[in-house]
Design a protein around this ligand. Structure first.
Ligand code: 3EB
Length: 331
């Protein structure tokens, strides 16, 4: 069946409900548990992200590899690796640094240095969760400070012999809680293939008006499997946000962006959409809780009943944006 990840595939993602009384399987790399009350077993491979689930049957995102995984730590980093693939995460308390800029720079320096020296050289996918993402004015806005810290870390660790390859990414805001930066990521031994969206300026080339440093991520990364890891995608065309504060129009534009990216990501460059199926993951972040039902309904209409959908309450990195959608699919 097309799109069905083989049991022995390098990397498989699923949304699941975890049973707190049942240990995680050996092949689990990491389980990202969304929401403060979502049940999960006491296992060091779980990481809780306090974004409230608003729609979707399953509230944990589980990434599995091939064979048993092993735990490790490196400074602030906790990780799991299995010989093929590496999943890492860290939780940085900003109050121990000068601010979000310094916290982000420190976090990403640790991350990038670890991978530069590890067999898992290739950073494939990051998820970034920060509190108060839209707080602060102009270049002091926290998202822009985050971008600056991340960009400095990439610049400091870049190998000048080859151009930088940025991972697929999402960066969204937590609605409350302490000012902590949580980063989760997946890396591998083999390089992925980056994909850009012809409708959008590459994020790493955004002009100065969006902040002192551009967001260092690729629109999508296709990794061995193949698994298509599509970055958080919003109502941005060129580099401009469209349809300010209009949810329906932003959703439509976002889905057009995702279609364009999925076509672009096809290995043979054929102009056809990817076949999202029950083994895909579609995650939507919505700024306003009351918008979750419309987002879920629109996605269901577009994708059918079988595609797993998870809608989370989160702030988006530009204050005029109401929704951001990311996708992972196999095949
Ligand atoms: C955008 O396209 C929307 O800074 O890592 C999406 C995915 C967005 C990742 C990031 C930001 C990031 O610019 C925002």
């Amino acid at each position: 069946m097309p799109g069905t990840p083989a049991r022995d595939s390098l990397l498989r993602g699923t949304f699941e409900t975890l049973d707190p009384s049942r240990p995680l399987d050996d092949d689990v790399l990491t389980a990202i548990v969304f929401g403060s009350r979502t049940p999960c077993p006491a296992d060091p491979r779980t990481v809780r992200i306090d974004l409230e689930p608003l729609a979707g049957e399953f509230h944990s995102e589980v990434w599995r590899g091939r064979g048993a995984s092993r735990l490790g730590t490196a400074g602030p980093i906790r990780y799991v690796e299995n010989g093929d693939v590496f999943a890492g995460w860290m939780n940085i308390d900003e109050s121990r640094f000068g601010g979000l800029l310094e916290a982000t720079e420190t976090a990403y320096l640790a991350l990038l240095r670890l991978h530069a020296e590890s067999p898992y050289r290739h950073l494939w996918r990051t998820w970034n969760f920060l509190a108060g993402i839209n707080e602060g004015q102009g270049d002091d806005e926290r998202y822009r400070q985050f971008c600056l810290g991340r960009a400095r870390a990439f610049a400091a660790t870049q190998d000048r012999r080859s151009p930088a390859t940025f991972p697929a990414a999402s960066a969204v805001g937590k609605k409350g809680g302490p000012h902590s930066l949580q980063v989760c990521w997946i890396a591998g031994r083999e390089a992925g293939r980056t994909v850009e969206n012809p409708r959008q300026v590459s994020a790493y080339n955004y002009p100065r008006q969006y902040g002192p440093a551009a967001p260092k991520f690729s629109r999508a990364m296709v990794v061995p499997g193949p698994v298509h890891l599509i970055s958080g995608t919003a109502s941005i065309v060129g580099h401009a946000s469209l349809h300010e504060q209009d949810l329906d129009a932003q959703l439509r534009e976002t889905l057009i962006n995702l279609d364009a990216l999925l076509v672009q990501a096809q290995p043979d460059g054929q102009p056809r959409s990817a076949n999202l199926d029950r083994n895909s993951l579609v995650k939507a972040y919505v700024r306003h809780r009351g918008d979750a039902a419309v987002v879920e309904h629109t996605l269901r209409e577009r994708l059918g009943g079988a595609v797993p959908i998870l809608v989370l309450a989160a702030d988006i990195c530009r204050s005029e944006l109401l929704v951001e959608i990311e996708v992972a699919y196999h095949g």
